[in-house]
Design a protein around this ligand. Structure first.
Ligand SMILES: *[C@@H]1O[C@H](CO)[C@@H](O)[C@H](O)[C@H]1NC(C)=O
Ligand SMILES: *[C@@H]1O[C@H](CO)[C@@H](O)[C@H](O)[C@H]1NC(C)=O
Ligand SMILES: *[C@@H]1O[C@H](CO)[C@@H](O)[C@H](O)[C@H]1NC(C)=O
Length: 345
């Protein structure tokens, strides 16, 4: 879910099967001995992904830190700085995307790059970018993603793949988990017969000249851990939870393998306070991460009524600070610190 005003959307569609007892799942804190083996991950294979408000954050981050982001999987984002830094602006992006101008939003990117508040736009050319926009997305209508795409073209992005052709509503897209593809409702994970995590990561690894193991591992619930987000400055006053989650593949628990790093941002109402572990578990990212030695960070937003953010969205309309879309953004800076701490770059 992208914006604050969209709380009321509910669904009668039942969530599909799950072999995992999410209610009784206990996630342990990251043990010190495993943490000691992190911080040495591959700096040349860092990728990000997100859905909805989390996709807006992924787009912000992919431009702000394009020197380190080698690939981005973006599902249902508004274009960069579309909100103009206000809730009214954010709602306008969602309700009247035909009023957006990709070229003037691109000028905003150029201004930020010239000021050095985001990395040079030239890095975007070599990023592997997968865009997904459901034909039936009623929350972030497809025009938004047309503009996300146009702006990437303006940045001469040469490795962009568009999935704008599925009969999908607004959701993270999977091959076997969640609501039916064209339905709208919590947990906003839809089974569209497309393993988005797989197609994106496989292509990104190919483009990064990395080996790819195309055997999907089972979901190993023992490999999820919590980590302390407050060490990076997270608190409810900036709409970030005290606790984040991470997936550490078996091989990456010891220092023997050269492991990779991926960062995924959930959408509004998909944080652990709202959904428990459902989003963290079922994006289908973890099974591919296991086969391919990718550590995944799942930072957590939290609701803050005073910031007009009752749905635990990440900041894409400036409710924390006006620098929200740049390296100076409070939340963006926290993610950057997480990468330094757990990735080492
Ligand atoms: C949908 O788009 C993807 C990505 O461009 C493409 O690979 C696929 O063949 C398309 N599917 C259909 C049914 O057109
Ligand atoms: C693009 O990325 C590939 C794989 O990481 C790398 O080998 C190549 O040098 C990059 N090209 C440019 C122009 O940066
Ligand atoms: C590929 O991944 C599967 C599932 O995790 C694993 O069983 C297998 O050993 C892996 N193959 C290689 C060559 O690493």
């Amino acid at each position: 879910m992208c914006a604050a005003a969209l709380v009321v959307l509910l669904s009668n569609v039942a969530v599909a099967f799950s072999a995992v007892d999410t209610k009784n799942l206990v996630i342990k804190a990251l043990p010190k001995e495993i943490e000691a083996n992190l911080g040495v991950l591959n700096p040349n294979t860092f990728t990000v992904s997100g859905i909805s408000a989390g996709a807006c954050m992924a787009v912000q981050f992919q431009y702000a830190w394009s020197t380190i982001v080698k690939g981005a999987g973006i599902i249902a984002s508004a274009p960069y700085q579309c909100s103009g830094g206000s809730l009214e602006g954010a709602e306008l992006c969602l309700n009247a995307p035909e009023l957006e101008s990709a070229s003037s939003l691109y000028t905003g990117l150029e201004i930020n790059a010239a000021a050095g508040t985001i990395d040079p736009l030239s890095n975007v050319a070599n990023q592997t970018i997968f865009l997904f926009s459901g034909v039936y997305d009623t929350v972030v209508p497809q025009t938004n993603m047309d503009n996300v795409y146009s702006m990437l073209e303006m940045a001469h992005a040469s490795r962009v793949t568009k999935f704008f052709n599925y009969s999908a509503e607004h959701a993270w897209i999977t091959d076997k988990y969640g609501n039916s593809c064209s339905s709208l409702g919590s947990p906003y994970i839809n089974n569209c017969g497309l393993d988005f995590a797989h197609v994106f990561l496989k292509q990104a690894f190919h483009d990064m000249n990395q080996m790819w193991n195309d055997t999907m591992a089972p979901l190993l619930t023992n490999n999820f851990y919590t980590f302390d987000q407050t060490q990076f400055g997270a608190s409810s006053s900036i709409s970030m939870a005290n606790t984040g989650y991470m997936y550490v593949p078996e091989q990456c628990k010891s220092a023997t393998a050269k492991c990779h790093l991926h960062l995924n941002w959930h959408g509004c109402t998909q944080d652990a306070n709202s959904l428990g572990m459902e989003y963290v578990l079922f994006t289908e990212l973890n099974e591919w991460a296991e086969s391919n030695n990718i550590v995944i960070l799942y930072p957590q937003a939290t609701a803050n009524i005073l910031q007009d953010n009752p749905n635990a969205c990440f900041d894409w309309w400036g409710f924390v600070d006006s620098n929200y879309a740049t390296k100076d953004g409070t939340q963006v800076d926290i993610f950057r610190q997480m990468i330094t701490k757990f990735g080492g770059f």
